[in-house]
Design a binder for this molecule. Structure first.
Ligand code: NAD
Length: 245
């Protein structure tokens, strides 16, 4: 049995898409998985299926997040997965839009990391994996604020890695390319099916990724096997990160 068996993992936005695949994979690896999500129906169904704990929660609601952490602690692994895409040119956005995008894509990463770190520091063990995006290093037409938030997640991750190495806590970011999830399907609904073909052409492998392919990378970084990897930003994007296209 691997040493990560029985470790306590928390996944944000863990009911569907990439987060759903991560919850499923970590549970299959023998971890005690808790995931939170705003989608109660999806969350309850997945929790039954993989025998995980589901907490219906809007992760941008500071009061609800504080209540959650008052009742749940001792996490060994945090996966900051939740995120929402943007589909508008920057000139068509308002400060209100920026704040909403930063709240979900960046501030939740701060809030959840801030809540789990003291417990990890006390036990001198922790794995923090945050889902950023290739958009954070390449930019995104129609997603400037999203891309800025994801780039910030990488800077934050590296800082947390620096501050917490002495506690044997690692912090890494995973940068997906286009992955077949409800998020991408919503983009196709806005821009049409051609959007999917265009996304495929951005990768060397000329296809969308599948959520389980992101979950594999996360499971590795969350495992004891990744003990000498910290402060990294790993593209899981079919080669998009080397400028395919
Ligand atoms: P998704 O929209 O398919 O799923 C997101 C999950 O988060 C859903 O279960 C949703 O209910 C939940 N959620 C949304 N708002 C919430 C809130 N306020 N509180 C709690 N839960 C909430 O997204 P996805 O494609 O699985 O993306 C997951 C992560 O991967 C995000 O950080 C995203 O930015 C990143 N990412 C995705 C892609 C892609 O192509 N799909 C590419 C790069 C990065």
């Amino acid at each position: 049995m691997s040493t990560e068996h029985g470790r306590k993992a928390l996944v944000t936005g863990g009911a569907a898409g990439i987060g759903g695949a991560i919850s499923r994979r970590l549970a299959a690896d023998g971890m005690h998985v808790t995931f939170c999500d705003i989608d109660r129906e999806c969350g309850e169904a997945l929790a039954r299926d993989i025998r995980a704990v589901f907490m219906p929660l809007d992760v941008t609601d500071g009061g609800a997040v504080a209540e959650f952490f008052a009742a749940h602690h001792g996490f060994d692994i945090l996966v900051n997965n939740v995120g929402v895409d943007q589909h508008a040119f920057f000139t068509d956005t308002s400060p209100q839009d920026w704040r909403a995008l930063l709240a979900i894509n960046l501030e939740t990463v701060f809030a959840f990391t801030h809540a789990v770190l003291p417990g990890m520091q006390a036990k001198r063990y922790g794995r923090i994996v945050s889902i950023a995006s290739e958009a954070g290093r390449l930019g995104s037409r129609g997603g400037a604020v999203y891309a800025a938030a994801k780039a910030a997640v990488v800077g934050f991750t590296r800082s947390i890695a620096r501050e917490n190495a002495r506690y044997k806590i690692t912090a890494n970011a995973v940068l997906p390319g286009p992955v077949r999830t409800p998020l991408v399907e919503r983009g196709a609904a806005v821009y049409g099916e051609k959007k999917i073909r265009d996304l495929e052409q951005l990768t060397l492998l000329r296809r969308l990724g599948e959520p389980h392919e992101i979950a594999s990378a996360v499971a590795f970084l969350a495992s004891d096997s990744a003990s000498f990897i910290t402060g990294e930003a790993l593209g899981v994007s079919g080669g998009m990160g080397c400028g395919a296209g």
